[in-house]
Design a protein around this ligand. Structure first.
Ligand code: PLP
Length: 374
């Protein structure tokens, strides 16, 4: 039965060009990690986002880990992190035995609230624990309130690491996300807007930092003919085969952003008539890649009703990220909040948003939702 084909939340969407880059890697025997696709993919990312220096890595999580190491985060240091995010934003803080300090969202963009951020910084400084860094997440492709956040970062001299894992191709005042902070990270995991099946990137304006990221990600080899090490190293570089997939994917990134925005607009057009359904706002000067289209419903019960009805129809929909301050592993850490992310988590649902979602399936999803709430 055609109608019963599974509809995924955000499946990979190949351009068809990937295989030629992968074949090149095979034909030239560049199966070893470094190679022309790695360098080419870095140039592609740089050209597209205007990020000055790019290093592609094995994952977005690895990129956050390296960023924290380069900001000299040590055991017992504190690092501020968006509470409303996927756990990979916060895990690397704990890899370093540092302490995450979670800051809640504001309810327009769903991203870190600038007022709460400043409150948290003032309070930590009063406790003699000035945070070493701010991990700022642009959730579901939506820019955070960058003007306010960067102002606070400068005022207190605390560097921002932009977790743009979900927001490649999104812009704030015409400037690409990932390029505002001291460093930015992207992810090419299987469900992201473009994918290498698994991978990530670290971008920065700071040439020295980028070179250091390369050094750390390739086992920290000193310059010597033998293997010599004066630093702990990591095996975090992207492979030349996977970078080939990335080269084929990034060529169509702009099309993917357009397709996801079109899907969002369809949901908005057909569901915003209900006063009890709301969406993530795109304010003046904000340009989301609409990685995932999400709705906030009236109540937890209504959200569950819709989610289960979709599931019954073989359609994957997922509650929004459960905030970090509510996670069993993270709830012991300090949290500066206002309940916004708890509320959004309880009532929110991510809808299928893949750029290869057909019009037929999109219509079917909307019809099921309408039938459930009417
Ligand atoms: C996917 C994701 C990551 C992690 O990226 P990986 O490449 O899967 O390691 C980090 N932060 C956010 C917000 C993500 O969505």
């Amino acid at each position: 039965m055609k109608n019963k084909n599974k509809i995924w939340l955000s499946p990979p969407h190949m351009s068809g060009e990937e295989i030629s880059y992968v074949n090149q890697a095979f034909d030239t025997n560049w199966i070893a990690p470094l190679g022309p696709n790695v360098i080419g993919f870095e140039k592609d990312i740089s050209k597209l986002t205007n990020a000055k220096h790019v290093k592609v890595l094995s994952s977005g999580t690895a990129a956050i880990h390296l960023a924290l190491i380069m900001l000299n985060v040590k055991p017992n240091d504190e690092v501020i992190c968006s509470s409303f995010t996927f756990s990979a934003s916060a895990n690397p803080i704990c890899y370093l035995n540092a302490k995450p300090i979670f800051v809640d969202s504001e309810n327009e963009t769903w991203n870190m609230c600038p007022n709460l951020l400043e409150q948290a910084i003032i309070d930590r400084i009063q406790k003699n624990k000035k945070p070493k860094a701010i991990i700022l997440v642009h959730l579901y492709g939506m820019p955070s309130k960058m003007t306010e956040i960067i102002k606070i970062s400068k005022k207190y001299s605390i560097p921002v690491i932009e977790d743009a894992a979900e927001s490649l191709g999104a812009k704030y005042n015409d400037k690409y996300l990932g390029t505002f902070g001291k460093m930015g990270i992207f992810s090419f995991n299987g469900n992201k807007i473009i994918t290498t099946s698994g991978g990530g990137a670290l971008v920065t304006k700071d040439k020295k930092m980028s070179e250091k990221a390369l050094f750390l990600s390739t086992q920290s080899r000193d310059k010597a003919p033998h293997y010599q090490h004066s630093h702990i190293g990591y095996n975090y570089r992207m492979s030349n085969v996977l970078a080939g997939i990335g080269r084929g994917q990034i060529r169509v990134l702009n099309d993917r952003v357009k397709a996801r925005r079109r899907i969002f607009n369809y949901y908005f057009k057909h569901l915003s008539q209900y006063s009890f359904i709301s969406f993530q706002d795109e304010l003046e000067g904000f340009y989301s890649n609409r990685w995932l289209s999400c709705i906030i419903t009236k109540s937890f019960n209504m959200r569950e009703m819709i989610r289960k009805k979709l599931e019954f129809n073989n359609i994957e929909a997922r509650p929004l990220w459960k905030p970090m301050h509510k996670q069993p592993i993270f709830k012991k850490y300090p949290y500066y909040g206002n309940g916004v992310s708890d509320d959004i988590f309880n009532r929110g649902l991510c809808l299928p948003s893949g750029s290869n979602l057909s019009n037929h399936d999109l219509k079917r999803i909307v019809k099921i939702i309408k039938d459930t709430i009417n």
